[in-house]
Design a protein around this ligand. Structure first.
Ligand SMILES: [Ca+2]
Length: 161
């Protein structure tokens, strides 16, 4: 009898130890799995964060030059830079300038002497949509400042924004 009781007690102790070990292991596993879960949750929230919006102002517009007054004939489009080619010499008669651009137009290819025009469009937020339009570069009346009709041989275009 005593041996059986002792055996039963030992068996009970072994079972108790096994149960305790199992409980401890389960608790530890829950703790370990709960940490990656919280990490995955945080990564989920970072994934759901919307990407930074693309810069709409990054678009590079081009100045439009026209062969005839009132934007007729051939059109030449030029981005920021310095030009003596890319347009027909002594042909430009009208110009459309995008917002935020400064355009210098010269009678001479070396930009020395002769007539010059420097026009710049106001920076945003003054008016980001309005283009500056010069319908004719001929010298007439209040447009006397424009005396480069069919004379332009060099152009500088600068982006101000
Ligand atoms: Ca012309």
């Amino acid at each position: 009898m005593n041996g059986k009781v002792i055996a039963a007690v030992i068996a009970a102790l072994v079972i108790l130890i096994v149960v305790v070990v199992v409980v401890v292991v389960v608790v530890l596993k829950k703790k370990k799995t709960s940490d990656p879960e919280s990490q995955s949750n945080s990564s989920d929230t970072s994934d759901s964060t919307p990407p930074a919006p693309a810069e709409s102002t990054a678009e590079v517009l081009k100045v439009q030059f026209f062969q005839h007054c009132d934007y007729g004939g051939t059109m030449w489009e030029l981005g920021p830079g310095s030009y003596t080619t890319g347009f027909d010499d002594n042909q430009i008669s009208s110009v459309k300038i995008p917002p935020g651009y400064k355009v210098s137009m010269y009678e001479n290819a070396d930009k020395s002497g002769g007539q010059q025009i420097q026009s710049h469009n106001p920076k945003p937020p003054a008016d980001v949509t309005k283009w500056m339009e010069i319908p004719c570069l001929i010298q007439t009346g209040q447009m006397a400042v424009y005396n480069l009709n069919d004379k332009i041989s060099a152009i500088d275009i600068e982006r101000l924004i």
